[in-house]
Design a protein around this ligand. Structure first.
Ligand code: APR
Length: 225
C-alpha cells in the first residue's frame, strides 16, 4: 500500500511547539506579514530573525512526542510530507521526510542561495559562509514563495493509495489541496486531527482527538491490518 502522510503543526503541538491558527497560535501573536513574507524580511530583517530565533530556541528545548514516535514505525512503508519546519520527525527516527516549507534548523543566503546549518540565533550581521554577505535568512518558505519539492510531492500524490493528513487545519495551499489531488488519483483519504479541518469533508474518514492518542492507535491498526 503506497501511503502518503502529510503533517502539520498539530502533530508537534503536544511537544510544546505552537500551532498557527489555534486560539493562542503564532498568527494570533505575530503579524505573519511582518515575519513570514519576503516583504517583511526586506522591511525589517531583525524582527524576522527575532521571530525565528525564538522558535528555534523553543525547538531546541522540545522533544518528539508519541505521535512522532508512532510514525517512525511506518519507515519504509510511508512517505512523510511535512508542512512543519521543526526537526521532530527526524529526531524521533523518521526517514524519508519531505520538508515542503523548509527547515528552521537550516539557514539560506538571500544573496547567493547557499544553505548551511543555522546557528542557534541569527542576526542581520550573520555572514553567509559562501559569499560573506550579511544576507542570512531562515531556510523557511514564506507566504508568496513556492514550497519545496513540489514535483516529487505531485508524483507521490498521483500514485498513492492512501493519503493521511495529521494535525493540519487545511487553511494553506497547496498542502490543503493534496487530499483532492490524491483522491483524484483513486486514493482513500483519512484525516487525523483535534477537530475537523477546513477540508474535512474531502476525507473518507476523520479521526478526532489529540495526536499523541490518535496517531499511535492508527499506526497500530495499520500495522496489524
Ligand atoms: N493533536 C492533533 N491536532 C491538533 C492538536 C493536537 N494536539 N493541536 C492542534 N491540532 C490541530 C488543530 O485543530 C488545527 O487543525 O492542528 C491544526 C493546526 O493548524 P494550523 O495552526 O493552521 O497549522 P498548519 O495547518 O500546519 O498550518 C499550515 O500555515 O502558517 C503556515 O507555513 C505555516 O506550515 C504552516 C501552514
Amino acid at each position: 500500500m503506497s501511503l502518503v502522510i502529510l503533517t502539520g503543526a498539530g502533530v508537534s503541538a503536544e511537544s510544546g511547539l505552537g500551532t498557527f491558527r489555534d486560539q493562542d497560535g503564532l498568527w494570533t501573536q505575530y503579524d505573519l506579514g511582518e515575519v513570514a513574507t519576503p516583504q517583511g524580511y526586506a522591511r525589517n530583517p531583525a524582527l524576522v530573525h527575532e521571530f525565528y530565533n525564538a522558535r528555534r530556541a523553543n525547538l531546541l528545548t522540545s522533544v518528539p512526542n508519541a505521535a512522532h514516535e508512532a510514525l517512525v514505525k511506518l519507515n519504509g512503508r510511508a512517505t512523510l510530507i511535512t508542512q512543519n519546519v521543526d526537526d521532530l520527525h527526524e529526531r524521533a527516527g523518521s526517514t524519508n521526510v519531505i520538508h515542503m516549507h523548509g527547515e528552521l534548523m537550516q539557514a539560506l543566503c538571500a544573496n547567493c542561495g547557499h544553505r548551511w546549518t543555522a546557528p542557534p540565533a541569527m542576526t542581520t550581521a550573520t555572514p553567509c559562509p559562501a559569499c560573506g554577505q550579511h544576507t542570512a535568512r531562515p531556510d523557511v518558505v514564506w507566504f508568496g514563495e513556492m514550497p519545496y519539492h513540489m514535483d516529487r510531492i505531485e508524483n507521490l500524490l498521483d500514485q498513492c493509495e492512501t493519503f493521511v493528513a495529521i494535525g493540519t487545519s487545511g487553511n494553506v495551499y497547496p498542502a490543503a489541496g493534496f487530499v483532492e489531488w490524491a483522491r483524484a488519483a483513486g486514493a482513500r483519504a483519512v484525516e487525523i486531527n483535534l477537530e475537523p479541518s477546513d477540508v474535512a469533508r474531502s476525507f473518507d474518514e476523520v479521526i478526532l482527538g489529540p495526536a499523541t492518542e490518535t496517531v499511535p492507535a492508527w499506526v497500530d491498526a495499520i500495522l496489524s491490518a
